[in-house]
Design a protein around this ligand. Structure first.
Ligand SMILES: Nc1nc2c(ncn2[C@@H]2O[C@H](COP(=O)(O)OP(=O)(O)O)[C@@H](O)[C@H]2O)c(=O)[nH]1
Ligand SMILES: [Mg+2]
Length: 653
């Protein structure tokens, strides 16, 4: 519990820039929080008439404490058990805690509950002030100190120094300031990233419009900046900013801020809204998280229990779906999905509190792992494993998981960094690392990185689909290529569908059979020589156009046996690469389509045509024209009347 500076060699002679921190009070009612803030700053944070009359804090109060280059924005919270929700809203953005315990009362219920809340919010920097030391003997102070040490032993505040003070006589205040400064020096909470300010007050200022106040928990904002107001998503612009009554050009994380907004009505905002950098966040009703159930809570958190989620300054009802166990026993932690009844904004790493549905008790708290896009349950083991990676993995593993989770809609830039909980400047290097690991794939025409695991899973799904198709249509050579890519396209996009088909072909997982695709295992068993002969046959048929080669010709050009050519012709007909016109004539599929196109054009230009006109248009001889015409009659493409033929209807072309 050392409060000394671990970096004594830091240059002392240069004037260092001011550093800003949010300091939050905590502790049982009447233990002297408000009095101590007044003694430290001169400001009375109980400003409401009702607070004055009842001598107790009801609303959050604000003051500023300057200790050399350290500037603390103080949030003074109520200690009454009925106002724990307000306490949580105040504690949400704090860097340093000031826990107050009265020497004449020692540890009381809200001392314990507030410490639990600070611990659940991940606050590890703090100082304990044992107040009202003017009222008690020194050995009682020692006794209280021991009780406080015991209370903090298992918490993030176990190293917090304990300072005896009096808010009335001012004893111990200098020492308290020194310890606060030291605690702040070690404050290491993440504050980078886009601007975020959960709103704790809203009011109108005559002639200026709406002003909102809050603790800036990340990033910075300047006059003129565009902001979104969540969860509604209204857009507004910052007209002016102040911090502790002073106009400022900008505000930073760790500062209390009053922001005058332009373009929004007071009715559209209240405590619980959040001001955020424009275009970065999106509200969600699903929060995937790691949740801890307090050992002191009176009951376990059941699977599907209804809880109140306190996140930022907002409180919403949520159903808690446990993902690793059936509920969370007292003192147990685990992965959960919080299904909120109203939208909220949350980002990776953000701490939150859950309270009983009737809001009487703090049940636990945890950390947001992702603003989720889909429901998950304990049965979806792959999704739960991914979430586990998000919870325990390093930056690179977390980034890979975010990219996998988002599939084809991976966010980019600041939104990607935010979701993965990494600094946006570190993104290029992390992405390069993932590329080297083979965790990312680039698809032609797709500019965002895609997760190799996601593409693998998607390809496996496509293969399963094709397998089912084969099972349902055992007599077909495969699935029509356009149906297959059509299915892929409905699940993804045209570019991705094409790229994925190509990957499956390249990997030899599927084969192209003329107009069909089939699983490799389902493809007719062709040897390399068969493939070569097949290509020669197809080339010869294509070249022959409407006077296709006869068997003799095929045997001569391929040099293959009659049995082999017969077998390959059958395969080519079954896969639609060749079209059988009659026992002796096979047309290349492209030529067959071309024939119908030419005759459609002819019919459009000249109406019904004779066999000899058809022969001219197809540039063939009577020997072929007769069977071709009969074939076309047979498939219903043409209708014969005397020696004239009409093309039946455009639909059939
Ligand atoms: N003697 C003495 N009285 C104190 C001290 N701090 C607070 N009080 C008194 O305790 C009562 C409650 O103080 P307050 O600051 O409102 O407590 P809070 O509810 O924790 O904010 C008030 O009557 C204060 O005057 C102290 O250090 N010494
Ligand atoms: Mg008070």
């Amino acid at each position: 519990m050392s409060a000394t500076n671990p970096h004594p060699s830091a240059p002392e002679n240069r004037p260092s820039p001011q550093r800003h921190f949010i300091l939050g009070t905590a502790g049982h009612i009447d233990h002297g929080k408000t009095t101590l803030v007044r003694a430290l700053t001169g400001a009375d944070t109980d400003r409401l008439p009702e607070e004055k009359r009842r001598g107790m804090t009801i609303e959050l109060g604000f003051a500023q404490l300057v200790c050399d280059d350290h500037v603390f924005g103080i949030v003074d919270v109520p200690g009454h058990e009925r106002f724990v929700r307000t306490m949580v809203a105040g504690a949400t953005g704090i860097d340093v805690a000031l826990l107050i315990v009265a020497a004449d009362d020692s540890v009381m219920p809200q001392t314990i509950e507030h410490v639990e809340i600070l611990d659940l919010l991940g606050i590890t920097r703090g100082v304990v002030a044992v107040t009202k030391c003017d009222l008690v003997e020194p050995d009682l102070v020692e006794f209280v100190t021991a009780e406080v040490q015991e209370l903090l032993a298992d918490t993030g505040l176990k190293h917090a120094p304990i300072v005896p003070v009096s808010g009335v006589t001012g004893a111990g205040l200098d020492e308290l300031r020194i310890h606060l400064r030291a605690a702040a020096a070690h404050a290491d909470r993440r504050r980078r990233g886009p601007f975020r300010m959960p709103v704790d007050r809203v009011f109108n200022v005559a002639g200026r419009g709406v002003v909102v106040t809050g603790s800036v928990i990340a990033g910075d904002a300047s006059r003129g900046d565009a902001v979104d107001i969540w969860p509604a998503g209204d857009a507004a612009r910052i007209r002016e900013v102040q911090t502790h009554g002073q106009s400022a050009d900008d505000v930073h994380a760790g500062q209390r801020a009053a922001v005058n907004l332009q373009g929004i009505d007071k009715q559209a905002i209240d405590r619980g809204c959040e001001l955020a950098a424009a275009g970065v966040f999106a509200p969600t009703r699903l929060i995937d998280a790691h949740l801890h159930c307090l050992r002191s809570h009176r009951q376990a958190i059941k699977n599907h229990a209804r809880l109140r989620l306190c996140i930022g300054t907002r409180e919403v009802l949520a159903r808690c779906v446990t993902l690793e166990t059936d509920g969370l026993a007292l003192g147990e932690s685990g992965l959960v999905q919080l299904r909120c009844y109203e939208p909220v904004v949350g980002a990776y790493g953000q701490r939150f509190i859950v309270r009983d549905e009737n809001a009487a008790r703090t049940a636990g708290g945890g950390v947001v792992l992702r603003a989720a896009q889909r429901r998950i349950s304990s049965r979806m083991t792959a999704e739960v494993a991914g979430l586990h990676t998000t919870h325990t993995g390093g930056d690179r593993a977390r980034l890979a998981e975010v990219i996998r989770y988002h599939g084809l809609d991976t966010p980019a830039g600041p939104r990607l960094a935010l979701a993965a909980g990494v600094d946006v400047e570190d993104l290029p290097e992390l992405l390069d690392g993932l590329r080297q690991d083979g965790a990312l794939v680039e698809l032609p025409g797709v500019d965002q990185p895609l997760s190799a695991e996601f593409i693998r899973a998607f390809q496996a799904r496509a293969l399963r689909w094709l397998e089912r198709y084969h099972a349902l249509h055992p007599d077909e050579p495969g699935c029509l290529a356009e149906s297959f890519t059509g299915w892929l396209e409905r699940k993804t996009s045209r570019t991705v569908a094409r790229a994925v088909t190509q990957r499956l072909l390249d990997a030899d997982e599927i084969k192209n059979l003329g107009r069909y695709v089939c699983l490799k295992a389902f493809a007719p068993n062709l040897s390399a020589q068969d493939e070569r002969v097949m290509q020669q046959i197809l080339d010869a048929c294509h070249a022959g156009a409407f006077q296709p080669p006869a068997m003799d010709h095929l045997l001569r050009t391929t040099g293959a046996s009659r049995a082999r050519v017969d077998k390959l012709l059958k395969v080519a007909v079954s896969t639609g690469q060749l079209v059988r016109v009659d026992a002796a004539i096979l047309l290349h599929a492209d030529r067959e389509a071309e024939m119908r196109r030419r005759l459609t054009d002819l019919y459009a230009a000249e109406g019904p045509f004779t066999l000899s006109r058809m022969r001219e248009v197809l540039d063939t001889s009577r020997k072929y024209a007769v069977p071709l015409a009969e074939y076309l009659d047979k498939i219903g493409f043409t209708q014969r009347s005397g020696d004239q033929r009409a093309v039946s209807s455009e639909d059939e072309c």
